[in-house]
Design a protein around this ligand. Structure first.
Ligand code: RTP
Length: 157
């Protein structure tokens, strides 16, 4: 999770297949950019069943686990996985997303503005320091994460 509590805190996010299908990739990722956060990794993938099961490992005992894994790895549409860096991103990211059910998510949140149903709720975001720490390396190798400086002071006059 980068360095939690510092400007280098990192969290993992994923635009889910339903939002990719509805053309919401830029709308969703743009919210993090506009908020001033730094995207340090991003890729479109059609996740395997194995990857999705590992990602949702803590939900194995839940009744919706099978349907969730089937949908997320169906290949109906890919997902866009990305890592965002910046102060407080783990908590702020959850606040930006809203709650699990779009109908209960406040307007202004990603799910409140774009979600359709509990299963098709547009985006996933790590739910804490531990989640971010396991999900980032699950989805990205070290060389897929970019170290770059967001300030353009050096070349904008
Ligand atoms: P996420 O992990 O995707 O960010 O979502 P979350 O924390 O808000 O929800 P979580 O409890 O971790 O569940 C993961 C995803 O499973 C689907 N779900 N379906 N009752 C149901 O049918 C049910 N409950 C959860 C949702 O798509 C949820 O985002």
């Amino acid at each position: 999770a980068g360095l939690p509590g510092t400007n280098q805190e990192r969290s993992f996010f994923m635009v889910k297949p339903d939002a990719v299908q509805r053309g919401l990739v830029s709308e969703i990722i743009g919210r993090f950019e506009k908020r001033g956060y730094k995207i340090v990794a991003m890729k479109m993938v059609t996740p395997s069943r194995e990857l999705i099961e590992a990602h949702y490992d803590d939900l194995r005992s839940r009744p919706f686990f099978e349907g969730l894994c089937k949908y997320m790895s169906s290949g109906e549409a890919p997902v866009v996985a990305f890592v965002v860096e910046g102060k407080g991103i783990i908590k702020v990211g959850r606040d930006m997303i809203g709650v699990t059910d779009p109908l209960k998510s406040a307007p202004g949140t990603i799910r409140g503005d774009t979600g359709v149903s509990i299963g098709m709720n547009s985006i996933h975001g790590s739910d804490g320091v531990e989640g971010a720490a396991s999900e980032i390396p699950l989805w990205f190798s070290q060389d897929e994460i970019a170290n770059w400086n967001k300030t353009a002071d050096k070349w904008i006059y």
